[in-house]
Design a protein around this ligand. Structure first.
Ligand code: PFF
Length: 457
């Protein structure tokens, strides 16, 4: 049941492709949100941030900042049916074009290193079948994380991503998400049930779910919970905006924003129910928060190796799920860049996806050869640019755009949300900008520290 494509606001351009079904859009957006962030970043940040104390702050930040911000992106995308640069120009004038460009740059940078990490993930999934997990995971990770072998898997992952985006919104992105996302949820659910029967499960749960109250009001925890919410929900770089540009105008954005956020949180939470019991069953708790990049890629393979045959199967499923999440997120990162090139230059989708994909893959070689570069690009794009993008987006929708946000959000809204919308707009106008500005202040300090640290060697 594919609705006939309708023409975009710029009527001279060819008709814009739309999602085939509502469910297709939701799965693609959940696919964007659920990714390495849910299983890799989430676990170590939760471990550092006092377990349930972090979880509690995380849920608050999703409700208070994440959902309103997602609504900002969804409204602008649906209203203009254009990718970020054109959308911001259309609703805000030329002054907002640089923000669109920042979104494209952020997508470019994040994908360049995301693909390197996804390459490690693919490699672990493949090797769990062919050779099993390494006996000495630390040394193994040292060998595979940077250099020629990292390059090969990075390029393979980029080729896969380009292949899907090139095909188009319905036949490529939507179809991939409709198959991959339900599979991912089933695998993670199955793993969580299996993990419940491990010896260390109780201890793992206690660490994960009992709050360390001392950390509840710790500014670092609050800041990390916010940054993680943006990264995990794919906010602050126009990904949700771009996906919403393929929506028909009668969609209930409020319902979709709640569904997407809930699903994203659900998968992260479930992944924690796998990671912590496994880690505690093997007494590896020190490792999880010890290193940011390596945590999951050292301690978990080590645990799977210790478990023998069953470890191989479980490990395969775990890294398969992680790879699936990475692919559907990478698609959305490349789509932001690709759709902007298509809309701004009139280039065909195929050429735009291949051309930009190759440029991103080439830039990613820097991260594939050196994990310090990877960490630096993550600190700049993943931590700082997303926060700048989020701040600017809330100001844009709350104060600058040439449309009434209440009216826009009410279009297509079901009864349940209709009366809540003015309240959400108050949040967007008065709460989001100052709160995100404070977060930005700290993010600047952190990123500056990462930059000086990088150059000091
Ligand atoms: N949300 C993805 C994850 O959690 O892994 C990462 C991501 C995808 C961030 C797309 C930003 C984005 F636009």
């Amino acid at each position: 049941m594919s609705p006939s494509p309708r023409s975009s606001d710029a009527s001279a351009k060819p008709a814009r492709e739309l999602w085939g079904t509502r469910w297709g859009f939701v799965m693609a957006a959940v696919g964007s949100a659920v990714g390495l962030g849910n299983m890799w970043r989430f676990s170590y940040i939760a471990a550092e941030g006092g377990g349930a104390a972090f979880l509690f702050m995380y849920i608050i930040m999703i409700a208070l900042l994440g959902i309103p911000l997602m609504l900002c992106e969804l409204t602008v995308g649906r209203k203009t049916q254009l990718s970020p640069i054109g959308a911001l120009r259309g609703l805000g004038g030329r002054a907002w074009v640089p923000l669109g460009m920042l979104f494209v740059l952020t997508g470019f940078l994040i994908l360049s290193y995301y693909s390197v990490i996804a390459g490690w993930t693919l490699r672990f999934a493949a090797e769990s079948i062919t050779v099993g997990f390494p006996e000495n995971p630390g040394a193994h990770f040292g060998e595979i994380s940077a250099g020629l072998s990292a390059v090969v898997w990075h390029l393979a992952f980029m080729a896969l991503t380009i292949g899907i985006v090139m095909v188009g919104v319905q036949k490529g992105i939507e179809r991939a998400a409709l198959i991959l996302m339900p599979s991912l949820v089933l695998i993670v659910l199955g793993l969580a049930i299996w993990a419940a029967f491990l010896d260390g499960a109780g201890e793992g749960y206690a660490f994960y779910l009992l709050p360390d109250m001392g950390q509840l009001m710790d500014p670092t925890v609050i800041r990390q919970a916010t940054a993680q919410a943006f990264f995990s929900l794919s906010l602050g770089m126009g990904a949700m905006l771009t996906f919403a540009s393929y929506l028909s105008k009668d969609t209930d954005l409020n319902q979709e924003a709640v569904t997407i956020s809930f699903a994203d949180f659900g998968v992260a939470f479930l992944a924690g129910l796998v990671v912590f019991p496994v880690v505690f069953a093997l007494g590896l708790q020190g490792d999880v928060s010890a290193s940011t990049v390596g945590a999951l890629f050292i301690s978990l393979p080590g645990a799977f190796a210790d478990m023998g045959g069953i470890g191989r199967l479980v490990g395969f499923l775990f890294f398969l799920a992680l790879s699936v999440g990475a692919v559907t997120s990478a698609i959305s990162l490349l789509e932001v860049v690709t759709s902007s090139i298509i809309d701004e230059t009139g280039m065909g989708r195929r050429n735009a996806a291949i051309g930009m994909g190759i440029l991103i893959a080439l830039f990613g070689l820097l991260s594939a050869f050196n994990t310090d570069v990877l960490g630096l690009v993550d600190a700049i794009a993943g931590d700082l640019f997303l926060v700048i993008g989020a701040l600017a987006m809330s100001i844009f929708v709350g104060w600058a755009m040439k449309a009434d946000p209440v009216e826009e959000l009410r279009r297509g809204a079901g009864k349940r949300f209709y009366s809540l919308i003015p309240f959400v707009v108050v949040l967007i106008r008065f709460v989001l900008p100052p709160v995100i500005a404070v977060i930005l202040f700290f993010a600047l300090q952190d990123t500056w520290g990462a930059i000086t640290g990088f150059f000091a060697g």
